[in-house]
Design a protein around this ligand. Sequence first.
Ligand SMILES: Nc1ncnc2c1ncn2[C@@H]1O[C@H](COP(=O)(O)OP(=O)(O)OP(=O)(O)O)[C@@H](O)[C@H]1O
Ligand SMILES: [Mg+2]
Length: 338
Amino acid sequence: MTIDAEPLLRVRDLRVSFQLDEGTVRAVDGVSFDVFPRQVVGIVGESGCGKSVTMRAVLQLIDPPGRITGGEITYRQNGRPIDLARVSPRSRQMRDLRGAEVALIPQEPMAAFSPVHTVGAQIIEAIMLHERLGRGEARARTVELFRDVGISMAEQRVDAYSWQLSGGLRQRAMIAMALSCRPRLLIADEPTTAIDVTTQAQILALLRELQQKYDTAIIFITHDLGVIAQMANYVVVMYLGRVMEEGPVDEIFHAPKHPYTRALLRSIPSLQTETRAALPVIAGTLPHPFNRPPGCPFHPRCEDIRRGYCDVAVPALHALGPRRAVSCFLHSDAAEPA
Ligand SMILES: Nc1ncnc2c1ncn2[C@@H]1O[C@H](COP(=O)(O)OP(=O)(O)OP(=O)(O)O)[C@@H](O)[C@H]1O
Ligand SMILES: [Mg+2]
């Protein structure tokens, strides 16, 4: 695959905190990654590591008590860089970007649609808002999208309410909604967790097909390393709000550098077994969000810990090559400035 020189999305040192009565949760604590046009980037990491919060931050969808506290989110719109971290969440510019440039398939399927309007009406509204299309044309495109995503009886089903659709159909309708304004970047946050294995396979095939058809870049969030292997060209491994390692999918699977990535891969059950939906269990427990360990967030569970380094300083994300990086003192002595 040819890679464009300039990333479509460039996230640098992103930080998002939730200020609660009990303390501050540093949900995203210095995340950096790139997404190039037409690339499929898989994001993997245990529950609570900040995958959804990172993606919601990209779209300025963090609600109080959450706040972006630092970093840059550079999106290139027609070649022109915009720092989304500095665009006001309710501004016209942000509303225009959402859906038309960057679209999200949210993790909670029910959250995507309002229960009081039909699914079709909501998609038609979105198309009319972003593009100068009349209602008839917008409806025709919606029906075509429903067909594209494999919804049978598309003409009738555009007039259904989301709660009238089965889980699989709702998921497909969400994909149709996300693609309705032909975004250049689609963020799919665990789009197949709530559905059965057969439908899941169909939806993954569908996303791949649509990605080719519309040349969309995709950020694909999942717990399932099998899905990553199947879908992604590039992988970002997250742990406790930080990037542990990133690289092309075959390098992550065949030559993982970070002890966390290695632990994940070692504990992966056979890809044929039924139980591969959840991320495999690795030794030790995830620290409480209020109680981040000092140093490398993974050091309390790490088999290769270097005492005096890993428990003291935070390793910086260190480039190993043009599109390969790891944050681990086994591979670099660089610590992040305090
Ligand atoms: N509204 C909120 N208020 C307080 N803390 C929150 C809120 N939303 C997320 N967090 C915290 O931010 C951290 C990251 O959450 P996030 O939802 O991004 O995790 P995730 O990686 O998407 O997990 P999962 O795989 O379970 O979806 C967690 O510690 C979570 O408790
Ligand atoms: Mg999530």
